[in-house]
Write a protein that binds this ligand. Structure first.
Ligand code: CUA
Length: 362
């Protein structure tokens, strides 16, 4: 026999834990990633489907749960009345009913669902902006092919204009998700996935890689900065300005005596962009860095340049000297601890010079 206290001790966590979970998830009501507060065309389309389907599912869920609990209580074992209930086998009307009713409900739900799928897959019309976004471990490369602009982890878009995104990955599966603007889209190596973004409201929209992609998956963020067409044009023209120097001419290489590799702060021309890391030519114009996980300021950037894995976990301990690229690190190595083979420990003076150069303060 289980005494009353033991029974209460068993029930308590079962009731308290779900209540606590519900309470905790409601703590953050303004995290900028609420797909139920759509601010883009695709997100509205999805939300218009989610609403009615949620209520259909909620009614069915509550009915099934209530019936399950009610049957368990009404027909529970009672000491002293251990007779088996009357046994029955099969009921044609019931079986036809519970086959046809769910089929009808699913058929009704399928109509708006299929329409939404086709709406989201439709090619955008009008003055379309083409962008290529490449998911990497652990940041997003953003390319405007027509303007020859390459940047990272911050996608600027003009309001009122459809943006057609080609999504690619050279390494593992990522998932591109800006909850307030559009649904999730998996990014799969070897394929080009499509996604259309459009919003009429200027603002900053936050996103997050939504597919586990390794050690720093949680730090693989993204933000979409929607601007008026005039502001967007100014930004784009700014990004088109130099310097895009080759390795040989890198200013950082000159400043630090070519001591540190990865083409001396990712400075690249077209041929090397896929290999080393984000284009840092205009890093000073961004609000974040490190896959969008760190606020861009001098202090954070200095810490990052010296010992990046202390801010964001990365597999830099496994850096090995390989054929090409020179170091097969995943992510930024530490230049103060576990330095890559043959690399000197970075001095604070070198880091300061590099950061000043990156922020364009020289
Ligand atoms: Cu990329 Cu998770």
């Amino acid at each position: 026999m289980i005494d009353r206290d033991t029974r209460r001790r068993r029930w308590l966590p079962a009731v308290l834990l779900p209540t606590l979970a519900l309470f905790l998830v409601s703590c953050s009501n303004d995290n900028g990633q609420n797909s139920l507060a759509p601010k883009g065309k695709s997100a509205h389309t999805i939300n218009n489907l989610f609403g009615p389907v949620f209520w259909v599912a909620a009614v069915i869920g509550v009915a099934v749960l209530t019936a399950t609990v009610a049957f368990a209580v009404v027909f529970r074992y009672r000491p002293g009345t251990n007779d088996s209930p009357k046994q029955t086998h099969g009921s044609t009307p019931l079986e036809i009913g519970w086959t046809i009713l769910p089929a009808l409900i699913l058929a009704v739900v399928a109509v708006p669902t299929v329409k939404t799928i086709f709406d989201l897959a439709r090619e955008p019309k009008g003055h379309v902006l083409d962008v290529t976004v490449t998911g990497k471990q652990w940041w997003w490369q953003v390319e405007y092919p027509d303007a020859h602009v390459v940047t990272a982890s911050e996608l600027h878009i003009p309001v009122g204009r459809p943006v057609r995104i080609d999504l690619r990955s050279p390494d593992v599966v990522h998932s591109f998700w800006i909850p307030e603007l559009a649904g999730k889209q998996d990014v799969i190596p070897g394929r080009t996935q499509k996604l259309v973004l459009r919003t009429d409201r200027p603002g900053t929209y936050l996103g997050q890689c939504a597919e586990f992609c390794g050690l720093s998956h949680a730090n693989m963020r993204m933000r979409v900065i929607a601007q008026t067409p005039a502001d967007f044009d100014v930004w784009l023209r700014g990004q088109q300005q130099g310097p895009v120097q080759r390795y040989e001419g890198s200013e950082v290489a000159r400043l630090t005596g070519e001591k540190y590799q990865c083409i001396n702060c990712h400075t690249f021309d077209k041929s090397s962009q896929a290999v080393y890391g984000p284009n840092l030519t205009h890093v000073g114009s961004r609000t974040t860095f490190a896959g969008g996980s760190q606020e861009l300021n001098r202090q954070n950037l200095t810490k990052w340049v010296m010992d990046a894995p202390s801010l964001v976990p990365m597999q830099s301990k496994d850096c090995r000297k390989g054929p090409a690229p020179a170091y097969t690190c995943v992510g930024m190595p530490s230049f103060t601890k576990n330095t890559p083979p043959d690399q000197p420990v970075m001095t604070r003076a070198d880091a300061d010079q590099i950061v000043s150069y990156l922020l364009g303060e020289r």
